[in-house]
Design a protein around this ligand. Structure first.
Ligand code: ATP
Length: 331
């Protein structure tokens, strides 16, 4: 159980500023997803909390205590990397037992056996417990890495795209399991992903990073519905928010340079004429690729639409977001 408070954290590598004055309070038991393009500083932030890197300035507190003087081993955190990190000469069982075998913990073997079995079942690798780590597929190795973090009961889990190497079905299963584990253990999660569904479904909070700075921190709903900028708006939502010149539709407020329209925030049947370029049937819904003049727009409609490519449809903004010339939202 731990609140994590980052106060004015900065970290540079030579001339590269990886983290730039980040202040963030992660409530106890929160599931925080960090979003941002490659190089935004997500991994560096996790490594600073884990103690694998040391900040140049600022302070990190876990449960009210500054952790500056603590080694990675002394911080009660478990980290899962994007790339699995297993002991190759050991079996899956030995890899999973390893964190529990620390002499400091003195965990009885019966408890270790029971924990390893439970985690192996959650991760769907129980049938591989006696295989050597090297005799596993990449996805299986990644599940063992996740398992090694989960068998311990750390206060904080730091996970860097832990599910990205897994197939879609397993990813969906483990998404649910990680959320269950979080709910049961009350642990705090700091989690990096590029997966929109993971971000929307798992996060209690989202931190949007841009070039090392935290540009928005809030619930996924807040970031989705009230982004501070075009940059924050484009981090969440699949298909992405449509960003168009504000004057394409009547009614833009003074100072508006762009209008942002989520695909589902476009009313059909009235308003401006748009050309239908492509109709994509997705089963539960249909995605429409439109253009107004040179501007592409993606919207969604019901699964059984009669619309075809080359048709014309009228569209009207519904819940538009407006942004100024610098890309900041007008409120
Ligand atoms: N050990 C290092 N030495 C030098 N530069 C580094 C080091 N680690 C990170 N950087 C730089 O710091 C910046 C932030 O990197 P970081 O890995 O935190 O980004 P990221 O958001 O995790 O990206 P990705 O999504 O690609 O993992 C980048 O410009 C990166 O090149």
């Amino acid at each position: 159980m731990a609140e994590v408070v980052l106060s004015s954290i900065s970290k540079s590598f030579g001339d590269t500023s990886a983290i730039d004055d980040v202040t963030m309070t992660i409530p106890d038991g929160a599931f925080v997803v960090l979003l941002g393009p490659t190089g935004a500083g997500k991994t560096t932030l996790l490594r600073l909390v884990s103690g694998l890197e040391t900040q140049d300035s600022g302070d990190i507190r876990i449960a009210g205590q500054s952790i500056a003087a603590l080694t990675p081993a002394q911080r009660n955190v478990a980290m899962v990397f994007q790339q699995y990190s297993l002991y190759p000469h050991m079996t899956v069982r030995q890899n999973l037992e390893f964190p529990l075998k620390s002499p400091l913990l003195r965990t009885p073997q019966a408890v270790i056996d029971q924990k390893v079995k439970a985690i192996a079942e959650v991760l769907q690798i129980a049938h591989k417990l006696d295989n050597r780590a090297t005799a596993l597929s990449g996805g299986e190795m990644q599940r063992v890495s996740i398992g090694r973090a989960l068998v311990r009961n750390p206060e904080i889990y730091l996970m860097d795209e832990p599910l990205s190497s897994l197939d879609a079905k397993l990813r969906a299963d483990l998404r649910v399991e990680l959320k269950n584990i979080q709910a049961r253990s009350g642990a705090t999660f700091l989690y990096v992903t590029h997966d929109q569904i993971e971000a929307m479904t798992m996060a209690t909070h989202v931190g949007v990073l841009k070039e090392g700075r935290l540009v928005q921190f809030g619930s996924p709903r807040e970031i989705y519905e009230a982004p501070v900028s075009i940059y924050a708006a484009t981090r969440l939502g699949q298909p992405r928010i449509n960003v168009l010149p504000a004057d394409i539709f009547p009614g833009a407020p003074a100072g508006a340079h762009s209008i942002g329209l989520r695909p589902e925030h476009i009313r059909h049947g009235e308003g401006q004429e748009a050309k239908v370029i492509r109709v994509e049937q997705l089963g539960d819904q249909t995605r429409l690729h439109l253009t107004i003049g040179e501007y592409p727009i993606i919207t969604v409609t019901d699964a059984h639409t009669a619309l075809k490519g080359d048709g014309i449809i009228k569209i009207l903004p519904h819940q538009p977001l407006y942004f100024d010339a610098a890309g900041m939202r007008l409120v």
